[in-house]
Design a protein around this ligand. Structure first.
Ligand SMILES: [Zn+2]
Length: 304
């Protein structure tokens, strides 16, 4: 029985060269010369990989490479299917490449480097490994007969690169779609200082359209950037306000309560705890909080 393709199965054009597949994680196809295509991010799992393969078939293009913007499982989980079935080379930023090749590192770092509880080993946080054949560098990259701009937009992940194609910026998680920011008042970040600079850089690129990794593409680039910067500032204030001479996990509870967050499962708990840790590092670096260790306990205290 044939099925009618849904909106989900049809790649949506953003320009002559860029198409995307909307979903919980947006993935993109960059179509270059001689009907060659580069896949940017591969989604959560083999279903996402399969969907990208079908999208290439429907556009009648031949995929020639995968670019991963960063090594969060929801952005590279489809690699394994695509590499096994289409033998594609994989391009990824340094540091992140180590995680793509050793995905267990993600649940391990979320659990302070120790063996993580089994709840952190679901595909949400643990993708299948793939070999990274090329380490990306910021600058020009020629693929599929096109010049791509690889732009350092680190912060959401320790190393995170966006991909510029003409007047379209595939920003991935350098910025979040506005509706997402309403739902998640503590947007994920691992290096907040870098994340703030990267959000500003997204606006400075001067793209006509920005495609975030989560949420809708937009031409209101400055508005999107500002919404992200405002959300990061609110999160920083909530974490700083929670620093009343208490330990990290108690700061986390106070900040989550203040932001109206409810942790319903362990993966979310540890992901958000990581974000609060990133804010605490940032707030200490910028002189807003102090970190002391006494009586076998660290304490975070607001300075101003
Ligand atoms: Zn991410």
């Amino acid at each position: 029985m044939s099925t009618i393709p849904t909106r989900d199965d049809s790649p949506i054009g953003l320009s002559e060269h860029v198409y995307y597949l909307p979903g919980a994680v947006n993935t993109a196809l960059v179509v270059g010369e001689e009907k060659q295509a580069v896949i940017v991010d591969t989604g959560q799992d083999k279903d996402a990989g399969r969907r990208l393969k079908r999208a290439c078939e429907s556009l009648q293009v031949t995929p020639v490479a995968v670019i991963n913007t960063h090594a969060h499982a929801d952005h590279y989980g489809g690699n394994d299917f695509l590499v096994r079935n289409l033998e594609l080379p994989v391009y990824a930023p340094p540091f992140e490449a180590s995680i793509i090749e050793n995905p267990y590192l993600e649940p391990v770092y979320l659990f302070n480097g120790a063996k993580p509880p089994k709840e952190l080993l679901s595909k949400w946080l643990l993708a299948k490994p793939t070999k990274v054949t090329h380490i990306l560098e910021p600058g020009r990259l020629e693929l599929a007969g096109l010049e791509l701009d690889i732009i350092d937009t680190s912060g959401h992940a320790h190393t995170h690169y966006a991909v510029g194609v003409g007047d379209v910026l595939i920003a991935a998680d350098a910025v979040f779609g506005s509706t997402l920011l309403g739902k998640y008042p503590l947007p994920f970040g691992q290096d907040i200082g870098a994340q703030l600079e990267s959000a500003a850089r997204v606006a400075d690129v001067g793209a006509r359209v920005v495609l975030p990794g989560h949420g809708d593409p937009t031409e209101d680039v400055r508005e999107l950037t500002q919404a992200n910067l405002d959300a990061f500032a609110r999160a920083a204030d909530a974490v700083a306000g929670a620093c009343t001479g208490i330990g990290t996990e108690t700061v986390f509870k106070a900040a989550a309560d203040a932001l109206g967050l409810e942790m319903r499962d362990l993966p979310r708990y540890y992901l958000n705890l990581c974000v609060v840790g990133a804010y605490l590092s940032y707030l200490r670096e910028t002189g807003r909080v102090d970190l002391t260790l006494a009586e076998n306990q660290v304490r975070w205290t607001r300075v101003c």
